[in-house]
Design a protein. Sequence first.
Lengths: 250, 250
Amino acid sequence: MSDDVDVPESHPRYASLVTRHRIEAGVEKGITSRQGLIAQGRGEAYDYLLGETTIDSADAAERAAAAHLLGADDPVVSVNGNAAALVPGELVDLAAATGAALEVNLFNRTEARIERIAAHLRDHGAAAVKGLTADGRIPGLDHERAKVDADGIGDADVVLVPLEDGDRAEALGEMGKTELVVDLNPMSRSAEVAAVPIVDNVVRALPNITAHARELREPDTDLDTVVAEFDPDDARAAAEQQIRRAELDD
Amino acid sequence: MSDDVDVPESHPRYASLVTRHRIEAGVEKGITSRQGLIAQGRGEAYDYLLGETTIDSADAAERAAAAHLLGADDPVVSVNGNAAALVPGELVDLAAATGAALEVNLFNRTEARIERIAAHLRDHGAAAVKGLTADGRIPGLDHERAKVDADGIGDADVVLVPLEDGDRAEALGEMGKTELVVDLNPMSRSAEVAAVPIVDNVVRALPNITAHARELREPDTDLDTVVAEFDPDDARAAAEQQIRRAELDD
């Protein structure tokens, strides 16, 4: 990440500053929205409280997410403006490692922004990016936010959604899809409805899901066991406990 | 606040949505920066964990802040882009109630943005707004961030700084000024160096400081006792305890 920004890697806030720089560059490129900047700030606060680290329960969630994606018939990785700005190459790597499709799906949908995000992902190696056909609908959401690709999220059995809004996360769940949600707030509705709530920074989570997927692709791996051994309520409780740890240790 | 945005007051997230709308309107008016949007998101997360309420220790801090401002020789309320967008009228009311000057002081300083913020404050009733003379300097900060008005923050004995950055909060403290800092993160450096750390949303804090000031202006009020009875470490600890409360009560 050292090409991105003029901050020494030794700086104690290096990762946080690089992340913030990428989000701001995303605004300049027209791929991150104002709401995305505010969401980034919320994430920063939760990540600070979490210790800016992948806690054990998040690593377990990332492993379970990898197993879900590998075992799916039609897995899709949903991409919003923040994820595209922060981890474009990591999204492409994850899709390649798991056979998932990439679909751009925005809270504040505009065709122009979807096209810019798709182009940004292609610049980072994506062969195909869905999201512009928009011939499917998620029941229960208003017009613009309901739009998905019929052969993408519309048909998917497993969807990874980084930083999803609560309404859409609930609606996708009601469609019977298995949702894997990356959200630094373990108390959010998205985290609550997810089969796999991943309480981690998307910058750390994505490469770790990919690493688990590469390992789980080995022959004789029992994906069902990995999936079955993960408990979403335990993972959310562990993350909340970490965020609200009773000992004031700094 | 009901004129601001088309959200019913009964909505459970009403205050939070109005606040967010004001910040976004601030971006459109050119008074809130991108960094300000990210800071807004961080504040939202801490406020959510705090319970989106003025806790007792914050009310005590707001009362102590009012006493400090009333007892000062040259009190100044520092205004940044977020404060101007969120609470322009409340800043003017506080200045009037305490005899404090208003001075625009930005992390990313541009003359144009200072002028827009000063105009915004005048639109909300401010008689005079400092910040454009910039003939004083805060020692230890780099050129642009060091600029203050010599007869404003430069000469002030007490400064209220909403949402200040840590470096400048430390530098102001080293100048011997009494700092009253509004910051939703009780673990921030700004909160740590403040004589009065106010761990509260600026939207709730400002009107409450003004209300305390009006009460403390009564004759025979012993401002020194109000100031002496406030303990900044206790207030920060109480706020952190609330944010990280051990019982998972939702």
